[in-house]
Design a protein around this ligand. Structure first.
Ligand code: SAH
Length: 257
């Protein structure tokens, strides 16, 4: 059996209880050494075999899993954040399915949630935006034309750029060209929830320069959009005095209040 497990964004105690229990039971752990906190491996049993997938090809990962399956061992495939986001899990699952190897998935706290927590930020502020777009700038991996930086920026939603820190200069140029104003608020969080986390908020025009002065060119999220300012929003309807829900009856408010 193979368990895909989300390791969370970094902090050891942001692993789920289910994830921890699976690590404790694993005979074998294959973890993404580039981004998964190695302290999570402290939960593994002494005899558990550990492999760092950042040094392996897909083929090599699958060979390790196959060998473990032959011995009826339990494998944990530990992915950073939540496995569903840029986790390259489908290609592994397709091979497992073909070879009749059972697997399941345990979610994790994605880094975009870790970053929002570090900033005490709400991505979806009423009156500003009700959408968060998770995306990346194109690079070695292509992004469909309909999801270009320009196309997505046109929505005015909060944009969260993964895998784009190295390209911050090209990214900000494209965001500006797409019509976002120079003072659009942006946040950068490097290694969110790790002890060496760094973060800052600035105007779009200063994004790339600030990233350079902070020495951030990897393991960071770039968050762009009006919601980053965390001001000028409307109060939520859910908690409004006159709003009834299945759990609470609203009070009728007349014109005089
Ligand atoms: N599945 C992961 C994302 C993997 S892609 C998740 O859900 O978070 C790798 C990219 O994620 C990095 O290039 C960076 O943009 C982002 N990332 C991962 N961990 C991060 C962290 N702790 N802080 C900031 N960005 C992080």
């Amino acid at each position: 059996m193979v368990h895909f497990v989300g390791a969370g964004p970094g902090a050891k105690d942001l692993l789920t209880i289910r994830g921890k229990e699976l690590i404790e039971k694993a005979d074998l752990i294959i973890y993404a050494g580039s981004l998964v906190n190695p302290e999570l491996l402290d939960f593994a049993k002494k005899e558990c075999e550990i492999f760092d997938s950042s040094k392996l090809t897909l083929q090599e990962v699958m060979d390790i899993i196959r060998a473990a399956e032959k011995e009826s061992k339990t494998t944990v495939r530990l992915h950073t954040g939540d496995p569903s986001i840029y986790g390259a899990i489908r290609e592994q699952m397709d091979i497992l399915e073909k070879e009749n190897i059972a697997f399941d998935t345990t979610p994790g706290v994605s880094s975009f949630c870790g970053a929002a927590a570090s900033l005490n930020m709400e991505y979806t502020l009423p009156g500003i935006t009700q959408s968060v777009i998770i995306t990346r700038i194109d690079g070695r991996t292509k992004v469909p034309e309909s999801e270009s930086v320009e196309a997505l920026a046109s929505h005015g939603a909060t944009l969260v750029f993964f895998l784009s820190a190295k390209e911050s200069s090209r990214l900000s140029e494209r965001l500006l060209k797409s019509g976002l104003s120079e003072d659009t608020p942006c946040a950068v969080v490097y290694r969110a929830t790790w002890p060496d986390e760094k973060k800052f908020i600035c105007d779009l025009k200063d994004l790339s320069g600030n990233m350079e002065s902070f020495g951030i060119d990897r393991q960071a999220l770039i968050i762009v959009g009006k919601a980053v300012a965390q001001s000028g929003y409307e109060l939520s309807r859910l908690y409004a005095l006159d709003f009834s829900t299945g759990y609470r009856k609203g009070t009728v408010v007349n014109e005089k209040g």
